[in-house]
Design a protein around this ligand. Structure first.
Ligand code: HEC
Length: 362
């Protein structure tokens, strides 16, 4: 799919940009679902409320949960009681320190209402999970579970951009500190990284000069594909047409980072049905919004969940120069045969000029 198709589908370039670079829940909240600002019409925002059982707490759901999307998101699907209990604060946290952020009591009332009146029983596999939002492995024979091949699209394409049925896809959880889960990316930037990110603007962004976005290029609203060959997995992304080779033959990273690259050097091993990829030997990123150094270390744990057509990539990054603490995020992707891996040209793609805030200076 190309940029034109993406833009003609109703997504502004500014929203696309915000999605690709959104690193904190606060940024995601600003973006709103569908790449649009929150619905200012309180009546349409409450669409779907009358489908929920009439019981104490329903009005709280109407008040708290209609601020960024309509209530239909909730009334069209049931989750387990434990999932609602975990999801409700995850949603309201997105409002951050906003003046109209709901109080603790309202948040609790919403969670109670949904778990008592709008939940479904847990499956035995769900009941066995300590974290209710943790997805069990797909129930597949090992050889099949380890076949990650196919074309995958970020779940945010469906849940956030409304580009297709979300079917209750798991919600990705953006980067938070692995040590203090309340902290987002901005909180853990070292003074070194903070200084670099200060010089970033829409206009000098290295992406606009077609610099590589780095190893997490798959976490963009473009498909990526996984190819298996003996002793190697290859990951190719439509976005920027990047290639990552993951060696499964037991080799190690070349010591001393002799040949730093944007994609780094990746080695993988299987832990059950999970492919664990360890990558090092990166070059320092140009001054992206979130800069990293040549000490960047990436660990990705990839596995198939649900019926096997959803991919989970659990990402931990650390960088002693750029981050005060490691960062952790969980991202979901859907196998979608309706989306073709297409041509993607960087040249001329990034033109933010028409979308820049009026007072922005190049
Ligand atoms: C600050 C904005 C915001 C608020 C407030 C908010 N949500 Fe959300 N919600 C989002 C965004 C953005 C998405 C889709 C993005 C994603 O994939 O992470 C979403 C997605 C969802 C989904 C998944 C929808 C799907 O299609 O599968 C559910 C369920 C949900 N929200 C429930 C709630 C509930 C319950 C509340 C009230 C406690 C709530 N939300 C309040 C921003 C918000």
């Amino acid at each position: 799919m190309n940029a034109r198709r993406l833009l003609s589908a109703g997504l502004s370039a500014a929203a696309l940009y915000a999605l690709m670079t959104a690193t904190s829940n606060a940024q995601i909240a600003q973006l709103g679902p569908g790449g649009a600002p929150p619905d200012p019409n309180p009546r349409s925002a409450r669409v779907g409320l009358d489908r929920l059982p009439n019981a104490p707490g329903r009005d709280d759901v109407g008040d708290v949960c209609s601020r960024c999307h309509n209530i239909e998101r909730i009334s069209k699907q049931r989750r387990t009681a434990r999932q609602w209990q975990a999801m409700v604060p995850m949603m309201t946290d997105r409002l951050g320190d906003a003046a109209d952020a709901p109080g603790e009591q309202d948040v609790r009332a919403v969670a109670e209402y949904l778990s008592n009146h709008w939940s479904r029983p847990e499956t035995p596999a769900e009941a066995a999970q300590k974290d209710p939002l943790h997805e069990p492995d797909a129930p597949l024979p090992l050889a099949q579970a380890r076949d990650l091949s196919g074309t995958w699209m970020t779940a945010m394409w469906y849940t956030m951009l409304n580009m297709g049925p979300s079917d209750g896809l798991p919600l990705s959880r953006g980067f938070r500190s692995a040590v203090n889960p309340k902290n987002g990316v901005a909180d853990v930037l070292s003074p070194w990284a903070r200084e670099k990110s200060k010089s970033w603007t829409m206009y000098n962004d290295p992406l606009t000069k077609c610099n590589s976005p780095g190893p997490l290029a798959y976490n963009s609203p473009y498909v990526f594909e996984i190819l298996h060959s003996p002793q190697r997995v290859t990951l190719i992304t439509e976005y920027f047409h990047e290639v990552r080779r993951i060696f499964l033959d037991g080799r190690e990273h070349p010591p001393g980072n002799p040949d730093p690259t944007a994609m780094g050097h990746s080695v993988g091993r299987w832990e059950g049905a999970t492919l664990v990829i360890d990558s090092r030997n990166f070059k320092e990123s140009p001054a992206f919004q979130v800069p990293w150094s040549d000490q960047f270390h990436l660990v990705e744990r990839i596995r198939r969940v649900r019926d096997g057509n959803v991919l989970e990539i659990d990402v931990t990054i650390e960088d002693p120069l750029a981050f005060k603490e490691p960062l952790h995020g969980i991202f979901y992707f859907k196998k979608d045969p309706s989306l073709e891996f297409g041509e993607w040209n960087c040249d001329g793609f990034f033109d933010y000029e028409p979308f820049a805030p009026k007072d922005a200076k190049p």
